[in-house]
Design a protein around this ligand. Sequence first.
Ligand code: C2O
Ligand code: CU
Ligand code: CU
Length: 498
Amino acid sequence: MATVLASPRALAQMKMDDMPNMDSMPGMDMGGHTGHDMGTMAQGAVTLPEGQPLRELPLLANEAGRPDLFKARLTASPATARFAEGQDTPILAYNGTSPGPLIEAFEGDRVEITFANRIDGEASTIHWHGMPVPADQDGNPMDPVAAGTERVYAFDLPEGSAGTYWYHPHPHGRTAEQVYRGLAGAFVVKAKADPVPAEYGDTVLVFTDLRLAADGSMPANSMSDLMNGRVGDHVLVNGQKNPRLAVAKGAKRRLRLYNATNARFLKLAFDGAPMTIIGTDGGQLAAPVAADEILLSPGERIELVVAFDNPGPITLYTLDYDRGWMGTGRPADAGLTLLTVDVSQETGEAMPPIPARLRPIAPLAAPALSRRLVLTETMAMNVTGMEMGFLINGKAFDMGRVDIVGKAGETELWEIVNRADMDHPFHVHGTQFQVIEHERDGKVSKPPFLAWKDTVNVARGETLRLLLRQERPGRRMYHCHILEHEQLGMMGVLDVTA
Ligand code: C2O
Ligand code: CU
Ligand code: CU
């Protein structure tokens, strides 16, 4: 991390004395490891039950009573969850559950969701991550919903927009905290004609990352969390630790994996069950691609078909991935069991094969212009403590400033240069993009397949090139999806003109 003398303007205002709940945190120091040590202590003290049947996310009911319209209500409010035996944990929830209810709608539908903010004293928004919605319906930080008020989000889901989206708060300065306290949910847009066999089912797996103190509460962010992003102690699937899913031998299952954690990189594999990638953030690939392992960085989603041809318990587990870590206390990434699949001894009903073709992806081409966005980290010491900055082109986020002006309908080439010591998952609102090139140490490589993405990891030292076209005018955010980094400045504003 570069130590620079930047003007206070260029640094996010993160000083020790600005931080809420700082003095309520025992053992706080500047060592950069406190958060994780506390986490480890908490882990020792708090055991979460494992092996319960995988809970299906509650479906958000459509109140419209007619096709083509999805109408519902989402209320964000304080709630309690029971993660550990005999302990109530105060959380934030949508309609009382965390993760929030699963939203399922179809291409071509109109969506009208009333959002009520019942979080005490905090503004919030609902951001429709990855979805092609108008800028003024996208829950940007510029459009806060004050505590105790409500608003309607209304948008149409265009034909061809089927994909694996999600929703979460995006209020200025509070996104990271509201998300780790429990506010995030899955939004699946279904295709009217889907080539993937219905026999595979369609199971949503939302990964979150819980840290519990010994008293069952969620500790506030430490300095280490602010630098590295908050990594918890328990990676949960649909709110449960290592739940169990029963399938018949020979079954193929369609799984949608969501990394809804603040900052946990998940490199994943199933032991003894081959994975086939059929879709990414913005929907299906042109053709299925076999994969031995996948890397899902914060904010990303992937759609898989997994073939369970071997009997016995099959686990979904994590592999080591070094995403760059500041200070000591790098969490152990490898060897976590996220999900156990119990495959029956007897073979179940025969499953149709994975179709060879899914849906065509038209490559974006001939960019009208290119842009370069350089990601850096800065750190400076002053009398009040340590100031950290996460910058794009040397600037920290300013809601009142437009960083980029673009034109609706025009294809642009974006070059994202990571000159920092950590990986930064880069996200753009309002559209899906196509990654065309990775460059590292002068070596250029192409991605293995064409895909629609809204979030992509840019490894430290990497330059990534993508093609992007915004169809709708308005102001859009682009940022690192490590939510603490977004909050500390690594975000900009793109103004798309008509
Ligand atoms: Cu999911 Cu602006 O983010
Ligand atoms: Cu987003
Ligand atoms: Cu980042």
